[in-house]
Design a protein around this ligand. Sequence first.
Ligand SMILES: Cc1ncc(COP(=O)(O)O)c(C=O)c1O
Length: 406
Amino acid sequence: MATDGLLSKLALEAKASEIREILKAIKTNDLISFGGGMPDPKLFPVEEIRQIVNDVLRECPDVALQYETTEGYEKLRKELLRFMNSEGMCISSPDEIMLTTGSQQALDLFGRAFIDPGDTIILEEPTYLTALMAFRPYWPRLLLAPMDSEGLDTDALRRILEGRRSRSAPASESNSKIKFIYTIPTCQNPSGLTMTEARRKELVDLAHEYGFLIMEDDPYSYLSDSKTPPAIKALDNDRVIYTSTFSKILAPGLRLGWIAAPEMLTSKFATLKQALDLCTNTLSQHIAYQFMARGYLGSYIAKLKPAYKNKREAMLNALSENMPGGAEWTRPTGGMFIWVTLPEVYDTQKMLPEALANGVAYVPGGSFHPSGRGKNTMRLNYTYPTMEQISEGTRRLGNTIRAHLA
Ligand SMILES: Cc1ncc(COP(=O)(O)O)c(C=O)c1O
């Protein structure tokens, strides 16, 4: 079809996510994938979901197959309120919670609700690649904050903000309003790092001082096998807009996430969401509600944690055995990823075709760096591959790295 001159600027500039491209390759090859952030499919609670679907379709098909309100199924919002408050947050009404089509949709709504072209948003570097894709259509300026082993480096961020206020910053940059910071403070995607409690408090102080909001994306804290610092939402209920998802603690195929925010914002998000999909999948909401109300969620998470810990330890051991000298990697307490840094001479993007030819996939770390840095880094997922694949895939990866420079 001839579309010359017809596609929008947005469509022309849009680039496919490298992760999705790798996922496509996996479907057509027998690659070992350390690529996407996928749960272990062998652990899906298939029997429980089967029972729930049977019961729901017998007992209330008229509502479970009907449109829902845009905000979402109220009984599920009440369960989520209890769930979040049991984690130390302080949500006072189900109206502060809204269901979304995955937390990916929440990210789009954040962009839609807050970014006008030229506004500034702060991102951690590295950050979740697909968040960047969600915000880009709203044409923000990016202000990048570095990370270290304690997560987002709030001292560095303070210096950047102070510098921006000073006269040396270009006028257009210093006039651009900072709308929000987007952060994944716990077991971050891609780095696996967790921000310390002191830094979370410092970030809240910065947000107050500079008048921006905090978008806390939290898919992974529920899977951490050691105690994590409180959610930032627990430190400041008003300034923090929180999103999480059932994708990692139940099943991504349900496409179910949620936002927790002050009620005036959830109603704004609901208005914006109507144009996207009218409402979140009703049947999925009934499944998630029953899964929580029957007490399955707690026991399922308790089953996932040791299983993922075993896999993580297997990958960490395999990396010690197979990585060449000079390679370093993070040791997360949960989440789904290990972040590997190779010596500077490597370019993991250029090396990817060799890795794929050797039967192993990873995501090159440059994709998570809006600044173009991180060429020598890569993200490895350990939850999807089997134990055998972890060991064999890491061996293939080590061989690829050694052969690449030779
Ligand atoms: C940090 C982060 N945010 C959001 C998402 C989107 O998740 P979903 O749309 O499946 O809820 C993911 C998925 O991997 C993620 O890692």
